[in-house]
Write a protein that binds this ligand. Structure first.
Ligand code: FES
Length: 650
């Protein structure tokens, strides 16, 4: 008789196997993506499948109810102790007896698609560097004098094909106790990212529950992290805090100067940022309710100065031409090297830097937004204290960074504050009456809606955040309260009680809560100047890349960065932050650098991808490019002194 036919869905892979072949074995032989941590011992339940019954017209097979073997003792034991959902079987126990169609549900696939967050440009296929393997190890024997580690390594090779295992002293120190406690059965966490596989954690017996990784976006002003489940790809918690290095200088160059001027200054800044990463780790683990010792690896993306400071490298060379990095390539380190309080043997991957001014954060944005895969010419702007700018398509990608300063993050703004509940984030000004209305973070209501006062009673109205100040100034420009030169209340524009004198200039009153002891929130001339400087730097950087590319327009603009995601495209264009482009072609990517870190954490192949991509990106150095100054000056006007903005008129 001919062997039974097995068809796996959704892959469609099929083959004939002798009756009695376990489903997991058939899946392995066909290259079907079916997970297993226990190696077919009926312990982990990662191999669950759903066999179909009935006629499958698409596949031309009719499946009888007895196409799989009846439940054996192992499967029964699992079902009675842990339970199995209706229709599910353990792939390692169920054997093929007749023609069958077997569905592999998403949670049983190793390389499953990770649930995509809103605004994420690409799918993430789960393929982490760290995997769990359950093994049974030979007991020692006086006639066979090999070490426990060697027998563990041999078991991993024989049972999982993991060859050439290595381990550090931290792990070896606990190895004998774990093996004996587990009765020579242990769960190993093995990290393999191109080099020799390394044992990074070990549990006696079968390790229930998951293991985790941390994706860290280390910015000059804020540090953000995502805690990801390495077995499902799910984000279990996200958290952030202010970079404590702000006290040494708000922007990057002032931190480099601090290191130059103060002996031991760099060491002090290294200590500060490492401490903050420790705090953030504890915070995020607590939020997810997990032990930080279950975090087995971290990925860090950051700009070149933060890169050097967190690694304990002197950043002084980054402050002067030719802006040489100590090391630009990707780094495979131990988390302990930078004092991250994760599992003792946890690993650390640092994305490569593109150039002395264009860091691993820009590399992460390139990985997440993938301009190199785009047909259209894409401008990606990661708005932060330092803006990272990428321009390109399939043919080539250019990158630069531009020192925008912290104004976009609400710093240097008279009523500025971080984006937090109570901050004004949306502004509209009636061009006829010049009256404003606004929304604050934490409430859906506009300030002129009934119930607004009650809605914001808990937080109050505390200040104005980056997106709020951009909208306020753009709205002031559209309402004729600010001229193209950035002057508030110049001749012919006054005539509203909302404009009040401030020294020799004017300020626009956005909110006056003084009667009730609240704040007096205005947009001052100084605020407009600060935003003009920041937006000119941003625009000039983009424009410089466009010159290099030989173009005057771009097809698409992506605003990235924790703050970039909140900017309204129209207001950004009214202000001239970004070059003209059809408004429906301007989109937000959220924290693209953080997403890039997450991609590199969850998919080990993406690390090779970004390393290769970085080698092809052409870097443009704004600091030594004379055209940058010229573009900067022209971009000071709102929206611009010379460049046309046809899409704004439309
Ligand atoms: Fe672990 Fe089947 S492979 S239960």
């Amino acid at each position: 008789p001919i062997d039974p036919l097995v068809i796996f869905t959704p892959s469609g892979k099929r083959g004939r196997f002798p009756a009695g072949t376990p489903v997991l074995t058939a899946a392995r032989q066909l290259g079907v993506d079916l997970d297993s941590v226990c190696g077919g011992r009926g312990i982990c339940s990662k191999c669950q499948v759903s066999p179909g019954v009935g006629a499958f017209s698409k596949h031309g097979v009719t499946v009888s109810a007895d196409a799989l073997s009846p439940w054996n003792a192992v499967e029964e034991r699992y079902r009675s102790k842990r339970g199995l959902a209706e229709g599910r079987r353990l792939g390692c126990q169920a054997r093929i007896e007749g023609d069958v169609v077997i569905d592999v549900p998403p949670e049983s696939q190793v390389h499953r698609q990770v649930v995509r967050k809103r605004a994420e440009a690409r799918e993430i296929t789960l393929d982490p560097a760290t995997r769990l393997h359950y093994v049974e190890v030979e007991q020692p024997d006086m006639h066979e004098p090999s070490g426990d580690f060697e027998r563990l390594a041999a078991a991993l090779e024989a049972q999982w094909g993991v060859a050439g295992l290595t381990a550090g002293l931290d792990i070896l120190a606990g190895l004998q106790a774990a093996l004996r406690k587990g009765g020579w059965k242990v769960t190993c966490a093995v990290h393999a990212a191109g080099g020799a596989p390394e044992l990074v954690s070990l549990w006696p017996g079968f390790h229930e529950g998951s293991v985790f990784g941390l994706a860290i976006d280390l910015g000059s002003t804020t540090i953000a992290a995502h805690l990801c489940d390495l077995q499902s790809g799910e984000v279990r918690a996200s958290s952030g805090l202010m970079n404590p290095q702000i006290r040494f200088g708000e922007d990057l160059m002032s931190r480099v100067s601090y290191a130059m001027m103060n002996p031991g200054g760099a060491v002090e800044m290294t200590r500060a940022v490492r401490e903050a990463l420790g705090t953030l780790t504890a915070q995020i683990a607590a939020e997810a309710g997990i032990d930080p010792a279950l975090i087995l690896e971290a990925v860090v993306v950051c700009n070149p100065v933060m890169h050097h400071l967190v690694l304990g490298l002197d950043p002084v060379e980054l402050g002067q031409a030719p802006f040489a990095l100590t090391v630009s390539g990707a780094l495979n380190l131990s988390a302990a090297d930078i004092g991250l309080p994760l599992a003792p043997a946890a690993k650390l991957y640092v994305l490569p830097c593109i150039a002395g001014h264009v860091g691993a954060d820009a590399a992460a944005v390139a990985l997440s937004e993938a301009p190199n895969r785009s047909e259209e010419l894409m401008l990606v702007v990661d708005v932060g204290t330092n803006a990272e700018i990428l321009l390109g398509n399939r043919e080539r990608v250019l990158a630069c960074s531009s020192p925008t300063g912290p104004a976009f993050e609400g710093a240097q703004i008279s009523s500025g504050q971080r984006a937090a509940p109570g901050a004004i984030e949306r502004v509209e000004i009636d061009p006829a009456t010049k009256e404003p209305r606004f929304r604050v973070i934490g409430s859906e209501l506009w300030s002129d809606a009934p119930g607004f006062a009650e809605a914001v009673a808990a937080t109050g109205i505390t200040g104005i955040c980056g997106s709020g100040i951009i909208e306020a100034i753009a709205e002031m420009r559209m309402a004729g309260l600010v001229d193209a030169g950035g002057l508030i209340g110049s001749a012919g524009q006054a005539g509203t009680a909302r404009l009040v004198p401030e020294g020799r200039t004017h300020a626009y009153v956005l909110h006056d809560g003084r009667e009730t002891g609240g704040p007096f929130i205005t947009v001052t001339q100084g605020d407009v100047r600060a935003i003009q400087l920041a937006k000119s730097a941003l625009y000039a950087g983009a424009r410089l890349l466009m010159d290099q590319m030989g173009v005057d327009t771009v097809d698409r603009v992506v605003l990235a960065g924790a703050f970039g995601a909140h900017i309204s495209p129209r207001h950004a264009m009214v202000l001239g932050m970004i070059p003209d482009c059809p408004l429906d072609k301007v989109s937000s990517a959220g924290n693209a650098a953080g997403t890039g870190a997450r991609i590199a954490l969850l998919n080990v192949a993406a690390r090779r991808e970004v390393e290769a991509l970085v080698r092809t990106i052409v870097k443009v150095e704004t600091a030594v490019e004379p055209r940058f100054q010229e573009h900067f000056v022209n971009a000071n006007a709102i929206p611009h002194a010379t460049d046309p903005f046809p899409n704004l008129a439309a």
